[in-house]
Design a protein around this ligand. Structure first.
Ligand code: MV4
Length: 600
């Protein structure tokens, strides 16, 4: 087994991995950006190294800095978490060339599955069908029209090098094919720097069901059951559950075997997820995710297994040590992603800022995987997942009731959260009956009563923003113990200092440091607009302009789509008027304070 693991990630997943490492007696190394110096994953790790920078690109995606931290720390393995470098074959290779183990699949498997055409072909080779379609790039619009004739409309045009739903275009009739093809290519190029596209029959009401697989380096494979992730909005999953409701056991078996066959065919090992679309009692291969997924805890609760521990064992060369027949799945698990987003009117607008209060739910069958504690801030620069609430129940009904109870018990002040949306979903008849599909949240969920109560205000100063490790500030001793953080050559040290008790002066100065950092992180809430100048609210990419210079707009009308934190956000006109100069173009990388356009 490894003696020291570096976690090349942040937030809840870094915390998740650190916890298991501790249980296995493995030392942990955190890395952090300038904004994350005092973050929860840094507080929990045995050692921490500064990567510098604020944006993901400058920090958690900074290969040189991470490689340097690996060398300096002497870590013998790296866990990439999800996102960032988790599905980057080059990064995996670079680590292994240092003689350090990448806790994940072989880079060849990452590559095969990274490209949608080659992954479709790999699945086909393993005898697993994708959605009826063609596993080769489309060159001419005539091919789309012919495909529609053969397979029927609608037709899905997908980016060969895409994923996550971006760049997919649905064509319902032949006369739309040319325009859809152009726009699919344009988006594919903008998002993935490659414009190859291919075709599939478009399924109109599918469920997204994915299968957890595990392989070791000795050719042993198991499947650990499915997760239904149909409850999502704009390709952002909101709720996941296992098992999938109304899902026949013989299909589960077949899907499990299909997922193992696909894994075997690409020489896979470690944790993997094979995604399927499921419609009319048929399932079709969609893609394979070559990482540990956000929603892995629902599988853990149902199987009673620690998947991170299994990842570590397999990466260290151990055999799985059990086979398919040994796996017992019991009860029902549901995960709700608590994001710092405001779900009112179905907008889910990012809500970065400081968390003043966080009452975690508790009790039987309740698990909270959080990346933050009170006093921490959600930064506009990273994924805004605050915590995952995962519940287990004997039946789906009891798990649903427990999820609702736990959500009601949860209190998060300072940022808006998705909790009101979760409550509305879990209480809706469609979700209870499990008749929802991947389009249900966007097309059917009624948001008119969601989150009507105003945002909770910061609950005063005493508890808010108290840095941890403060020591006993009210001590009557002439000297008090203070724990401070010191950074030496980029490595973080927790230092204990016995200092004269200067009373309230020092205490105030010390506690003030955190709120000021928090404010920096929250500056991006809402588009900055004064005198009709529309500014960029947060770091992101301009996706689309909806108006041109000279157009007249209503107050509140959408003028521009900004992609930030993996979501598309509508930027609205602050007032009625005519559009003046437009300062951005689709594809531009923008940050807070940049000007989008003016409204005269
Ligand atoms: C589809 C589809 C219907 N038919 N392909 C979107 C994400 C990407 N990985 C694949 N996606 C879809 N592909 C065909 N042929 C519907 C979706 C889809 C979807 C899939 C999984 C989860 C959520 C989704 C939401 C909308 C559309």
């Amino acid at each position: 087994m490894f003696s020291k693991v570096l976690i090349a990630n942040r937030g809840e997943i870094a915390v998740r991995v650190i916890r298991t490492c501790k249980e296995l007696g493995i030392k942990t190394v955190a890395v952090y950006s300038e904004l994350d110096r005092g973050a929860m994953h840094v507080r929990l790790a045995d050692e921490a190294y500064c990567l510098g920078g604020a944006t993901a690109q400058e920090s958690y995606l900074n290969t040189d800095k991470i490689l340097e931290a690996i060398r300096t720390s002497g870590a013998d393995a790296v866990h990439p978490g999800y996102g960032f470098f988790s599905e980057n074959a080059d990064f995996a290779r670079q680590i292994e060339s240092l003689g350090v183990t990448f806790i994940g699949p072989p880079s060849e498997a990452i590559e095969v599955m990274g490209d949608k055409i080659s992954s479709r072909l790999a699945a086909e080779k393993a005898g697993v069908a994708g959605v009826p379609g063609r596993s080769e790039p489309v060159l001419d619009v005539k091919e789309i029209i012919a495909f529609g004739k053969d397979f029927g409309w609608p037709v899905a045009i997908k980016a060969a090098y895409g994923g996550g739903g971006r760049g997919m275009k649905v064509v319902t009739a032949p006369d739309m094919a040319a325009e859809a093809m152009e726009s699919a290519k344009r988006e594919a190029l903008a998002y993935f720097s490659r414009d190859e596209i291919y075709l599939e029959r478009y399924l109109t009401w599918p469920r997204h069901i994915e299968m957890q697989v595990f392989g070791d380096r000795h050719g042993n494979y198991v499947w650990l059951g499915e997760r239904d992730c149909s409850c999502q909005r704009r390709h952002q999953k909101l709720i996941e559950e296992s098992p999938a409701p109304n899902f026949p056991d013989e299909i589960r078996q077949k899907m499990g075997e299909a997922a193992v066959a696909v894994s075997r065919a690409c020489g896979y090992y470690n944790a993997g997820t094979v995604e399927f679309l499921f419609q009319d009692n048929e399932f079709f291969f969609l893609e394979m995710n070559t990482r540990l997924q956000v929603e892995h805890p629902v599988t853990e609760l149902v199987c009673g297994m620690d998947l991170v521990a299994l990842q570590l064992r397999v990466a260290a060369g151990e055999e799985l040590g059990f086979s398919q027949g040994d796996i017992e799945r019991r009860g029902w698990a549901i995960e709700c992603r608590l994001n710092a987003e405001d779900p009112r009117e179905g907008k889910f607008s990012p809500s970065p800022g400081p968390i003043h209060r966080f009452r975690r739910p508790d009790g039987f069958g309740v698990r909270v995987d959080a990346g933050y504690e009170p006093g921490d801030s959600i930064s506009q620069y990273y994924d805004n997942l605050i915590a995952k609430l995962v519940v287990w129940g004997e039946t789906r009904q009891s798990a649903l009731a427990r999820a609702i109870r736990a959500l009601e018990e949860t209190e998060i002040d300072g940022v808006a959260t998705t909790i009101p949306a979760h409550l509305a979903i879990l209480r809706s008849q469609d979700f209870i009956d499990a008749t929802h599909s991947t389009k249900w949240v966007e097309d059917n969920l009624d948001f008119s009563n969601i989150g009507l109560e105003p945002l909770a205000q910061p609950s005063g100063s005493p508890t808010a923003g108290t840095p941890q490790g403060e020591g006993d500030a009210t001590s009557l001793e002439p000297k008090v113990l203070r724990e401070v953080q010191a950074e030496v050559d980029g490595r973080l040290f927790e230092v204990k200092l016995w200092v004269p008790d200067l009373g309230s002066v020092v205490t105030t100065a010390a506690t003030a440091s955190r709120p000021s950092r928090s404010r920096a992180g929250s500056s991006g809430a809402g588009a900055i607009s004064s005198d009709g100048v529309i500014g960029v609210p947060m770091q992101g990419t301009i996706i689309k302009l909806l108006v041109e210079t000279g157009d007249s707009v209503e107050a509140g009308q959408g003028v521009c789509v900004l992609e930030a934190m993996k979501m598309e956000n509508m930027i609205n006109a602050p007032k009625a008027g005519s559009v003046g100069e437009i300062k951005v173009a689709p594809g531009d990388s923008v940050g807070p304070g940049d000007i989008i356009m003016t409204i005269n």
